[in-house]
Design a protein around this ligand. Structure first.
Ligand code: GDP
Length: 205
């Protein structure tokens, strides 16, 4: 996909404050420091549209980026940062659960997983909530340049095995690196297919 424009549209504290209209959205979420800001910047070919690594957990808000005047990337605040207070954690949970469950134009959530690790409970627990909520998601392994192909293949397989314990159909798993642009084409192919399906659906209504 050619990115003609990518504009920051604002930070929002609640789903009710988020931009009105019907433009489709794709959300990004993961453990803090997973490489979310770097991935979004890489996908959009922007150096620092999304701020990389301030205090992790700092941005407790929903950030909208308008792409090519036709859809949004939504940067959601990360989870699993130890130094966040109980109150902050509670606020985060409510914000995320509300957004994911209520946002009708949300076509897909990319859940980011650090390719260097074997499946972590915190990530599996977060993913399994999507089943309860019945919300579509896919998985993106990040920082793939930091480990060898064999390790990635092994972690992917382990992940699929753990997911298969709870899920009948496994989501796609993309392998990405913000440093080498690995995964960019596959992710945009997927985004484009979903945009086309959504447009057909809207036409049919
Ligand atoms: P966020 O907290 O999830 O938004 O993570 P950031 O995008 O701020 O990245 C956290 C750290 O990981 C930063 O030091 C990045 O430079 C580094 N990082 C992110 N993505 C990659 C990647 O694909 N490859 C490598 N080698 N480092 C990365």
């Amino acid at each position: 996909m050619i990115i003609k424009s990518a504009l920051f549209k604002g930070s929002f504290k609640t789903v009710e404050q988020c931009p009105t209209g019907k433009l489709p959205e794709y959300a990004f979420i993961g453990r803090s420091n997973v490489g979310k800001s770097s991935l979004i910047n890489m996908l959009l070919n922007k150096k620092d549209l999304v701020k990389v690594s301030g205090r992790p957990g700092k941005t407790q808000s929903i950030n909208h980026f308008l792409i090519n005047d036709s859809f949004y990337f939504v940067d959601l605040p990360g989870y699993g940062f130890a130094a966040v207070s109980k109150k902050e954690k509670h606020t985060w949970k409510k914000m995320i659960a509300d957004f994911l469950q209520k946002r009708e134009q949300l076509l897909n959530t990319f859940i980011l997983i650090d390719a260097r690790h074997e499946p972590l409970k915190i990530d599996l627990d977060f993913i399994n909530q999507f089943g309860e909520w019945q919300i579509p998601f896919s998985i993106v392994f990040t920082k793939a340049d930091k480990v060898g192909k064999d390790v990635i293949a092994n972690h992917k397989k382990m992940f699929e095995e753990r997911l298969a314990e709870s899920w009948e159909n496994l989501p796609p798993i993309f392998i990405s690196s913000a440093n080498t642009q690995m995964g960019r084409e596959d992710i945009f192919k997927y985004v484009t297919e979903m945009l086309n399906d959504n447009a057909k659906l809207q036409d049919a209504v």
